[in-house]
Design a protein around this ligand. Sequence first.
Ligand code: PXG
Length: 467
Amino acid sequence: MNTVTEKPLRSTQQWQAADAAHFLHPFTDFQSLAKKGSRIITRADNIYLWDSEGHKILDAMSGLWCVNVGYGQRALVDAASRQMAELPFYNAFFQTATPPAIELAELLASVTPPQFQHVFFSGSGSEGNDTVVRMVRRYWDVLGQPQRQVVISRINAYHGSTMAGASLGGMSGMHAQGGLPIPGITHIEQPHWWEHGRKLGLDREGFGLMAAGWLEQKILEIGADKVAAFIGEPVQGAGGVIVPPDSYWPEIQRICDKYGILLVSDEVICGFGRTGQWFGCETVGSRPDLMTFAKGVTSGYVPLGGVMVGERVAKVLIEQGGEFAHGYTYSGHPVACAVALANIRLIQQLKLVEHVRDDVGPYLAEQFRGLAEHPLVGEAQTCGLMGALQLVKDKASGTPFPAELEFGMVCRGHCFANGLIMRAVGDRMIIAPPLVITRAQVDEMVALIRRCLDLALADAQRAGWLA
Ligand code: PXG
């Protein structure tokens, strides 16, 4: 469109034809999408999107877990436009820097936990995690322990799609393509009570300690002197919004401390207010040495990522490391940094972290307790403004639907048709709405979710799947 008020430049069918002819979408079966045609999203405001057919959609996924301040925030648009006119690009490689990158580094140091005074910028979360792998190995090299190479991560984690990011991630479908994981990366089982602890008859907190214990077992199996770091998302996002038991992260911290292993918190989804604190590690009670961030740092308006580097690591790299032979053209991109500055200041002005912590987060939790009563819902979990509903065939026993039914996709189909963007990860229905959402909008979202659950239930009854 020329502007939001003018007629579209092309019809939906024309967009879809050109899309199918030229655009290879991420994580997509190209052929099946080409047959079906993409949904073309043309504009957005606050927590709503509009498609090329004029349908209004409530975006309960914040774009892709990133539009924390919601769509249409003028301050971010103006910051980008001012910076583009002033200095659209300069690099930070050859002993130069730009004011937005410096100011953002300073502001990040003030909003992150106190151990973080330094930042390394990247263009995305995946690149941030590539930086993490290089940096933790370099740290141990400089300390004279080059054998400390192994990074331990978790099955069903998501840490990105580059070679290192996908290797750190624990998605078997991704490992199956492209010869992954790269050497020196290994995985332990996730702290997923519904999947593992419940079946063992353990309560949540007992299971949390057991799941953290798997880290200690792995360290002992490899040899502590070979382990560089452990990485985890405070709450697993793409894996299905898996909120760990409260006992899990403090025990992980204790184990990392015991063996001197670096702890990395991947805050790409949990950062910038999503969990009701500035960073997820503050919600779950860990004290990481490094934090990866992206997404919410700019609310997705432009790409930016990076790694917060705690003083333990920064001191060694700065005082003893010499040149760190690593960096990206867009490390500290001035336009991205200017947008991030405007975004973080807006989060502060609107008190969005407090809004999630004290108001809409607890309100969402209350509404999800209501949804937990639905016959299809085995478990409902929230953390701040992330939520998951585990769909089950039989509520009393928690029996899942057979995987081949892809029942989550049945439910997601109803969401799609009813103006709600909600994701299905297997049979876990998940949300992460923009942090600006109001209580009235939470009501609107929950009513839509309930309607889609009812429609999915009617399908299951008609098809005889509940028997
Ligand atoms: N870490 C975490 C925890 C993420 O969620 C990344 C790293 C990688 O960030 P980039 O900016 O390189 O994409 C992510 C990204 C999904 C989905 O299906 C989630 C992500 C990306 C794409 C799809 O939920 N998270």
